[in-house]
Design a protein around this ligand. Structure first.
Ligand SMILES: [Zn+2]
Length: 302
């Protein structure tokens, strides 16, 4: 098993614990990932191209840079608002909160970190799920929120993905998942790694029951999330430029002792290699999902 299994790729200095890692060149390359919250004020600087952007314009474009098309990471509830029909989200399992079974303590106790994140985000965990509709088509939706401990997968995220797959199976609805994650939650140790098998099994059950699932990989999707439920859906979409990978590029380069190709671990590279079926811009996501939902309904009916 990779030594950085529970760690994000080393070219991206932010992970679930919010700590920085890597050499200065790597950190400069990954500087765009440092700020997850948009700073207040009328204007802000694009994390990718450094253009000065009018905040209102950025919001109107669904947080996509008007100069370079960089797709900013979206908080979970904004994603839901952007993708689902207005007022259609019927949230489920919102009361499931993270547990600190290992009494994990690094720089601060995990329990304190959870409490702080809960009060900052107003939610109990990194995954939001429930029923909703896209252009009138009813679905079960699950959205990972990077602003909650880097969208990392602990016991509750694994449980909620499994529950969402069960909902889709029992209600005979398609399941649509959006991911943005640093991977497995290191604070929950082996318990978080177990979620990889659990979520994959839940999606396999959905598949065996004739269910239909779509996963949209958004920036960044890494580690144990990429290596489990994010890679086993019927259709895999990605947003432009999204960082998608398992281990970090430096670890891979030093293991295989080869230089990595340009654009490695970006959505476009993975499309070329066949891991991603299609890259979809945020502004076209709703209409593309509606089309794919119709396609899936036809496929399962035949
Ligand atoms: Zn830009």
């Amino acid at each position: 098993m990779s030594p950085d299994f529970a760690q994000p790729p080393s070219d991206r200095p932010v992970h679930a614990a919010g700590e920085a890692a890597g050499d200065p060149a790597q950190e400069a390359a990954g500087a765009r990932w440092k700020k997850k919250e948009l700073p207040s004020g009328l204007w802000l600087k694009c994390e990718s191209c450094a253009a000065t952007i009018y905040r209102k314009e950025l919001e109107e474009k669904g947080r996509v840079c008007p100069a370079c098309d960089f797709h900013f990471t979206l908080p979970g509830r904004e994603r839901i608002k952007l993708v689902l029909d207005p007022e259609s989200f019927d949230e489920r399992f919102a009361d499931l909160g993270a547990m600190d079974r290992l009494r994990f303590n690094d720089s601060t106790p995990y329990a304190d970190k959870i409490k702080r994140t809960e009060s900052k985000t107003g939610q109990k965990e990194a995954l939001l799920c429930g029923f909703g509709s896209i252009e009138g088509r009813k679905i079960v939706i699950a959205v990972l929120d990077f602003s909650f401990l880097g969208g990392s997968m602990g016991e509750v995220v694994g449980e909620k993905i499994s529950l969402a797959a069960d909902l889709a199976r029992t209600h005979k609805l398609p399941l649509v998942i959006f991911t943005s994650s640093g991977g497995a939650r290191m604070h929950e140790g082996m318990l978080s790694l177990l979620q990889m098998a659990k979520t994959s099994a839940a999606l396999a059950s959905l598949n065996e029951a004739g269910g239909y699932s779509i996963c949209v990989l958004t920036n960044p999707t890494t580690g144990g999330v990429t290596a489990s439920f994010a890679s086993v859906c019927d259709v895999t979409l990605a947003e432009p430029g999204a960082l998608i990978g398992f281990a970090g590029p430096r670890v891979i380069a030093s293991t295989i002792k080869q230089e990595l190709p340009p654009g490695f671990q970006r959505a476009e590279f993975l499309l070329e290699k066949g891991q991603v079926d299609k890259i979809v811009r945020r502004s076209e996501m709703r209409s593309m999902l509606a089309k794919l939902l119709d396609f899936g309904a036809g496929a399962t009916a035949s």
